[in-house]
Design a binder for this molecule. Sequence first.
Ligand code: SF4
Length: 610
Amino acid sequence: MYGWTGKFLRVNLSRNKAAAEQYDASIAENYLGGRGFAVKILWDELKPKTDALSPDNKLVFAAGPLTGWPLPSSGKLVVAAKSPLTGGYGDGNVGSYVAVQMRKAGYDAIIIEGKAEKPTALLVRDKTVDFLDGKDLWGLDTFTAEKRLRDLYGSSSGILLIGQGGEHLVTFANLVCQGGRAGGRPGIGAVMGSKNLKAVVVVGSGELPAAYPKEMKELGAESYREVLTKPAYAFWKQQGTMMTIEWSQENSVLPTYNYSEGVFEEAEAIGGFAMEKIKVSNRGCPQCNMTCGNVVRDSNRKDSELDYENVTMLGSNIGLGNLKQVAALNRVADEYGLDTISLGNVLGFAMEASEKGLIKEKVPWGSFKPTKDLVEDIAFRRGLGHLLAEGVRSVAEKVGRGSEKWAMHVKGLEISAYDCHTTPGMALAYSTSSIGAHHKDAWVISWEVKTDRKSYGAEKVDKVIELQRIRAGVFESLTVCRLPWVEVGFELEWYPKFLHASTGLDMNWDMLNFAADRIFNLTRAFWIREYGKDWSNEMDVPPARWFEEPTTEGPLKGSKLDRAKYDSMLQTYYKHRGWDERGIPTKETLKKLGLDDAIGQLNKRVKLSD
Ligand code: SF4
């Protein structure tokens, strides 16, 4: 086998044991890497209904056959586990030197199981694995803990760690690396915390395996040059994803006041051009020449890395129009290791609940100090923070009194930063995403507003599926960043060429899309196996707010989604996916994709359609 190292490293924290294991070449070809590996491992190895915060859950770090090679955006890592936030499959991707170092150490994935007796840091140096005492790191924020480890193991070592949020099992705690790059929003940090694992350090010194290493290097150099020639590149370097704030405002999709509106009166103050005035540098993931992290100095004079999602969720969605204060909230979220999307979402919920008198605490819209204090309370699970730490679905169940209508999540994962009162296609993309309401699987909204944004038609459904194949299946599994393609137009044709040089395999996009469908359907099967009889297609429907409460501001005021049309669009989606009217893959679909094992397991729980 070329391209893949052919090895997983399995670590058992309960027994302080670690061993490399060879996996079958068919796994590599059928599941590619990254998300594909993660879902296959979790499907095969987790018992249904495993408690996500128990030692029985498994934490998977997985990379792909391009990871580590010098080519655009190949420094990503998928971090995955059963999610304590959603109860389903959970993952995130993070640009991290762990991805590069893990592959150089000879592993395509690390599987971490069990629970350490006491706080621990894992040190992987090629074939050697050490279980380090983590007591002096426990309780530290991610920046401080990372610096200590970096001083010990060097600037190019791969380090992933949790903050106090993960230690206190906040259900949307994430993993952080390199001073504020973060991933794993469905509580992967809480899973790591539940295992008493504060940090993972990886240092590798081997050569990456490739069928045609010379061609791989040449393609890499050529493709970096290609990215630089793209007309959109210069502005991208200036603003990165921050340019999207103006776009969202213009198109009435900027989440505002807990997704009740799509425009924000202070959008300009938190937008890309405002950011440029306080920007101090660019930062990026390993191997990337698009470096989209905008580092600014926040209101506490600390560095904070801004992008569209964190500024929107901690800005317009909570009514805060002061960018330096938004940056300060983002910085503390990164220090504590809290996902900024879910955080902005639960804060928006708390502000609305406070305004409506449903909770006794006062959390005014747009406030800074009370909000910053509340973020700390979430990380340490104090007072109202303890309730919010469970995620918005769970909070609404406790608060009740109709608040579930504006608890903005799908399948328990808080919605990311697009309001969908006027974009049914994006609502469908959120609702059918692999991990709950996240934009990374299918960012259909930019296409949708350019075409017929009011349509609920089959063409839109097919676009969502097309994007899910490319992004959720292929990119997440090759474990490369989608942004070179999405944002500067780096062509899709490059990826089969990279894959050929790395693995020697000739896989065109049709073959890659077929693998993507296999991965997507296995992910769906994972959810259905977990939810069993509680599964219903209501789980693929966005919150009632978007159907029942029209917007009151902006050029599209008065807009809302149509529930009957949405339901019909969802059924079309199911049909095109080869799923039944409940949204469950049919036997025929699973068979076609080689998922025979899923047929047996699901049939016991939900009785599959033929
Ligand atoms: S484009 Fe941004 S997110 Fe993607 S790899 Fe580059 S720096 Fe990372």
